[in-house]
Design a protein around this ligand. Structure first.
Ligand code: IFM
Length: 466
């Protein structure tokens, strides 16, 4: 493989999720989700935005597929709104909801774009939250797997790549521990239950998906970030180890090693859910691929006052009287440090510590304050540079022997950025939310040229050279 090339068959795509783009929140029999409810609570979302209309893709996906085709995307990752398929989360199926995804998949395939389907990207049917506390209840795992099977039966003849859960850490942490996301709970006792039950749901769903289509490739998307100590002190280094377990290994270890990471798991014994015989085997059933969602790295410091874990993220600009060295790097509009080397580090770690599984970067991108210029274009040099630097790291990781198979920019289009509403734009395509007009940003054109160059290299055989 030559420098800055990617392995043969490497896929370039872009990603979205249902609540963030679809709109049509109650169209054609869809049931309410926890996000439909949460976003209506005053003050929960910046400027009280919500996903009722979003990018209107429930009513028009053709426009975006046309854009994907122009960009040369080879794959598109989207999520299914559980409550569109099962308005109450279980029981009666809403055929019109399934029809929508059926049409979407057909249109993607007709455009030569491979669908990657996520089954749960946080928009749990509200009925399941009300009846059982959602994933706080063990029952939700089996209910999720049944829903996965229903979608698998309908789409699995054409969809081969499945992602059970998107960022289960975020759903547990922001949704059940910190109350910043739906369902808005602040309950430390629910936290590990929600993690364990999501993992169990993942394992059960993987088995059921493969049960209906033996050739289904099933993975999971995890938000990951390397964790660094704020200083070189022993206590901060120990804090970083715990931070890594809290953010990364809490999912990686059960999935790849069949056990929760120590010493974190022991420290949290007061909060642990009952783990039943067979659970860890179900969770650790071999994955076909793992999805990494990468945005930034994390610094932590020892914090004696934080019970049980004893660490806290360090976002102070000054450490021990000096400007923290990592403050020298750029930041996105989210306040997240731009740190491309972290992506290489995570990828290489998958090779070194977790047996070199197939990996897709299922999300990577950045929000910047985009505007439409007088020339009608959206010039977003910072996002373009972000994508260049990160895709370079992916290429470098592939050259270092990491089994990386594809890269999805987050996001295809500007969309509803959860608690931040529509003010944070991650798209490589700009959306004018008043008119639903799309404008391909400069970063989108740059991505198009990367893909074209790679495809040309593959045709001439360059990408397969050692
Ligand atoms: O928009 C989100 C996405 O839904 C999940 N991963 C992170 C993105 C940016 O915050």
């Amino acid at each position: 493989m030559s420098a800055n090339a990617f392995p043969p068959g490497f896929l370039f795509g872009a990603a979205t999720s249902a609540y963030q783009i679809e709109g049509g929140w109650d169209a054609d029999g869809k049931g309410p989700s926890i996000w439909d409810h949460f976003a209506r609570l005053p003050g929960r979302i910046q400027r009280n935005h919500n996903g009722d209309v979003a990018c209107n893709t429930y009513f028009d996906f053709a426009t975006d597929i046309d854009i994907m085709r122009r960009l040369g995307l080879q794959a598109y990752r989207f999520s299914v709104a559980w409550a569109r398929v099962l308005p109450l989360g279980r029981g009666a199926i809403n055929e019109k909801g399934l029809d929508y995804y059926d049409r979407l998949v057909d249109a993607l395939l007709a455009a030569g774009i491979k669908p990657f389907v996520t089954l749960f990207h946080w928009d749990l049917p509200l009925a399941l939250q009300r009846e059982m506390g959602g994933f706080d209840s063990r029952d939700c795992a089996a209910i999720f797997a049944d829903y996965a099977e229903i979608v698998g039966r309908r789409l699995g003849d054409r969809v081969k790549q499945w992602i059970t859960l998107n960022e289960p850490w975020v759903h547990a942490t922001l949704g059940h521990l910190r109350g910043l996301h739906a369902p808005g709970r602040l309950n430390p006792w629910a936290y590990l239950r929600v993690i364990h039950h999501q993992l169990l749901g993942h394992g059960l769903a993987a088995a059921q998906l493969k049960g209906v289509h033996a050739d289904a490739q099933v993975g999971i998307s995890l938000n990951m970030g390397p964790v660094y100590p704020a200083t070189d002190s022993e206590v901060d280094r120990a804090a970083a180890g715990l931070g890594d377990q809290f953010i990364n290994r809490i999912f990686l270890d059960p999935l790849f090693r069949g056990q929760y990471p120590e010493p974190l798991w022991g420290r949290l014994r007061a909060f642990r859910p009952p783990v039943q015989p067979g659970d860890m085997e179900t969770i650790a059933h071999p994955l076909d691929f793992v999805g990494i969602n990468y945005y930034t790295r994390i610094h932590v410091r020892h914090a004696w006052y934080v019970p049980f874990v004893g660490f806290w993220p360090n976002d102070l600009p000054v450490v021990a009287g000096r400007v923290a060295p990592w403050r020298k790097n750029g930041y996105s509009q989210m306040g997240w440090e731009v740190y491309p080397a972290g992506l290489f580090e995570l990828l290489f770690r998958m090779k070194q510590e977790y047996g070199n599984p197939a990996v897709y970067i299922t999300e990577n991108g950045a929000a910047f304050a985009d505007t439409v210029s007088d020339d009608g274009r959206v010039h977003d040099p910072q996002r373009q540079q972000f994508l260049e630097q990160h895709t370079d790291m992916v290429s470098a990781a592939a050259r270092a022997g990491v089994n990386v198979r594809g890269y999805f920019a987050w996001s295809l289009i500007d969309n509803f950025e959860w608690a931040y509403g529509y003010d944070k734009r991650f798209g490589i395509v700009y959306v004018d939310f008043a008119t639903q007009r799309r404008i391909i940003k400069d970063s989108g054109y740059w991505y198009q040229s990367l893909i074209q160059g790679q495809a040309a290299g593959e045709r001439s055989g360059a990408a397969t050279e050692p």
